[in-house]
Design a protein around this ligand. Structure first.
Ligand code: 5GP
Length: 188
């Protein structure tokens, strides 16, 4: 049985970059890692690929899948869009001995921790709120209004960070250091 890992952190903190580096570390060491692909009803950003970044599905389909008990957890995030972790594929990988990373929000983490108390929860923090705003702005993928909502959500998430097993600050241009710290935690 692999380890189930939840990585959360405010939108724009750099989770994606850190997780990609982590994936490279596992690959180099020929260890098994699966990055869960969530379903979402939000629209696709430029550069995102259906089936790789997310499965982009309609709200109708999402609700059908909720009724079919197809998600390990799900949540309506920020502006009301749905996000959820597909159940069977995640459990299959864990059973096959893969470490599985779920990059999900705090509500999702609470649902997972309840079902899998042994899961490892990691919260990634920005060095400062100012820096988080700058990262979101530089990413240039969200409107000012969406950025505002995301910063509000971030405030709440940061307030609740203590429910996680580990809190790591992702310093500027140090994503590789953050990834390395996470790898060491997982191999403890
Ligand atoms: P984004 O729209 O920036 O890709 O993601 C917004 C938020 O949704 C992030 O905090 C991300 O971690 C979270 N998220 C992504 N997939 C899932 C999921 O399957 N479940 C939950 N609960 N949150 C998710």
């Amino acid at each position: 049985m692999g380890k189930l890992v939840v990585i959360s952190g405010p939108s724009g903190v750099g989770k994606g970059t850190v997780i990609n580096i982590l994936k490279d570390i596992y690959q180099e060491k020929k260890e098994k890692l699966y990055l869960s692909i969530s379903c979402t009803t939000r629209s696709r950003r430029e550069g995102e690929i259906d089936g790789i970044s997310y499965y982009f599905i309609t709200e109708e389909e999402f609700k059908t899948r909720i009724n079919e008990n197809d998600f390990l957890e799900y949540n309506q995030y920020g502006t009301g869009k749905y996000y959820g972790t597909p159940k069977s594929v995640t459990l299959d990988y864990l059973n096959k001995g893969y470490d599985v990373i779920l990059e999900i929000d705090i509500n999702g983490y609470k649902q997972i921790k309840e079902q899998f108390p042994e899961c490892i929860g990691i919260f990634i923090m920005p060095p400062s709120r100012k820096e988080l705003y700058a990262r979101l702005k530089n990413r240039n993928t969200e409107s000012e209004e969406v950025i505002k909502t995301r910063l509000e959500t971030a405030k709440e998430e940061i307030k609740n960070r203590h429910i996680y097993d580990y809190i790591i600050v992702n310093e500027n241009n140090k994503s590789n250091v953050t990834a390395d710290k996470i790898y060491k935690i997982l191999k403890k």
